[in-house]
Every structure is written in C-alpha cells, then in structure tokens.
Ligand binder design. Structure first.
Ligand SMILES: [Cu+2]
Length: 247
C-alpha cells in the first residue's frame, strides 16, 4: 500500500516537474542565433539541476532523520518488495530521468544545428591563426589585425545586425577561435578550413582569445572584436583599405 502510494507520488512528481520545465523555458521568440540557443539550453540545465537537486536533496535529508537508527542494534523493518514493485522502483525513476535527459539532448541538437547553419546574408571574413596573432581578411581583400605589444590595430571589426561567418585556417599549429561573448569557438588547423558564425546584435567591444594551447605566447594571442553601426563599418573599411595601400 505504502509502496503503491509512493510510486503514484513519484510519477506525479515527474509529470509536474517535466511540465514545469517545459513551461519555464518556452521562449516567446524562438531560437535565433548561437547566443540565444546556448543560453536557452543552459537555463534548462540549471533549472533541472536546481529543481531536482532541491527536491531530492530535501527528501534525502528528511529520510536521513526519519529512518535514523534509534538504538545501535536496531534492525530495519522495510517491507518486502514483490518482483513487480522492485522493477517499478527501478524503471519508473529511470524513465523519468531519461525523459528529461533526452529532452535536454534534443535541445542540445537544436543548439548545434543553429551553431552550424550559417544565415544566407552572412558577411564572410577570412581568419588565419599564426603563432601568436590573428589575421582578418574581408571580402574586398582588406585586412586587419592587432599587435599585442604596441596595442595597434583594430582587430576584428564587424557591423551590428549582420551575421558574420568566419572561414578559418592556421599557418602553423592548432589554434582555436574563442568568442566568449558570442558563445562560439572553433579550432583552426593547417590545411583545413573550418567555420563559425555569430550575430552582433548591438554595439559592443569584446575579445577573441585563442582557446587551444599553441605555444609560449598562447596567452597573448588575443584581439579586440568591435561591433559598430553598419555606416561606421563601411567608413572603417574604406579607411582601412587606404591605410593598407599606403603601408
Ligand atoms: Cu593560438
């Protein structure tokens, strides 16, 4: 009887839990770019961890006191389980947890699809990794970079509102292009072209850092990433092309 009631309670709890998760994470505008999809998935993981951690943590503490041995030679009087009850106790919680895990995995695949699908109107920038600096080349051949010692150079400049796809390769060893602000990173390898894309939604200055240990100056392999209004970006590109012609 007790077992049956507990099983019902557990199943009910699972249902409430899964609908609560679905409700709490339904986003109004859907998934648009890697930042949104990543944040969406991470929020769900956190909700899961806190809800499950809270419920099962509290239950464990409660049971710890409730079933505490009253004397050193106390013997428990747990009810003997029938075969069906034993299987139920193993399988029902398993499926509740598995359903949640599969749900999260599906969200992960969705995020991955967003991550790998470049919008059609994306602006392309070639990125080359070198020991230990980044080189950027725009569609018209204009290049940009950043010198860590002199702090000269603009780094990667992009227009707000336009998706940017980076086609990347390396001149020497393995590097990895890490954009923490835009929640993307990808390796660069000699002889191979890899890609990532991101969407600068607002004016912002962030950094790209190399996130694959690539030698003694690995930690100095960073450059600014400047998202500026598109008119200013066009101006910058012209100015930069002129500078380059003079160099
Ligand atoms: Cu590197």
């Amino acid at each position: 009887m007790i077992m049956k009631r507990m099983l019902t309670a557990l199943t009910g709890m699972g249902l409430v839990l899964s609908s609560a998760i679905a409700w709490a994470t339904e986003s109004a505008d859907g998934i648009k770019d890697p930042v949104d999809s990543w944040e969406h998935l991470w929020t769900e993981v956190l909700i899961d961890l806190y809800i499950m951690g809270g419920i099962f943590g509290a239950l464990a503490i409660y049971w710890l006191f409730k079933y505490q041995a009253k004397s050193p030679d106390a013997v428990g009087d747990a009810p003997k389980l029938t075969r069906a009850q034993a299987w139920s106790w193993a399988l029902v919680p398993l499926f509740i947890f598995l359903a949640d895990d599969l749900y999260l995995a599906a969200k992960g695949w969705t995020a991955w699809n967003v991550y790998r699908t470049v919008p059609e109107n994306a602006m392309e920038v070639k990125v080359t990794g070198n020991m230990w600096y980044w080189e950027f080349e725009y569609e018209d051949g204009t290049t940009s970079g950043f010198d860590v010692d002199s702090k000269e150079g603009d780094g990667l400049v992009v227009p707000v509102g336009t998706p940017v796809v980076l086609r990347m390769t390396s001149n020497d060893v393995l590097h990895s292009f890490g954009l923490a602000k835009y929640r993307v990173k990808e390796d660069l390898m000699p002889g191979r072209i890899t890609y990532i894309w991101f969407l600068p939604k607002e004016e912002a200055e962030s950094y790209v850092t190399c996130v694959e240990f690539c030698g003694v100056n690995h930690s100095r392999m960073f450059a600014p990433v400047k998202a500026i209004p598109s008119e200013k970006f066009e101006e910058w590109l012209v100015k930069r092309a002129k500078e380059e012609a003079e160099e």
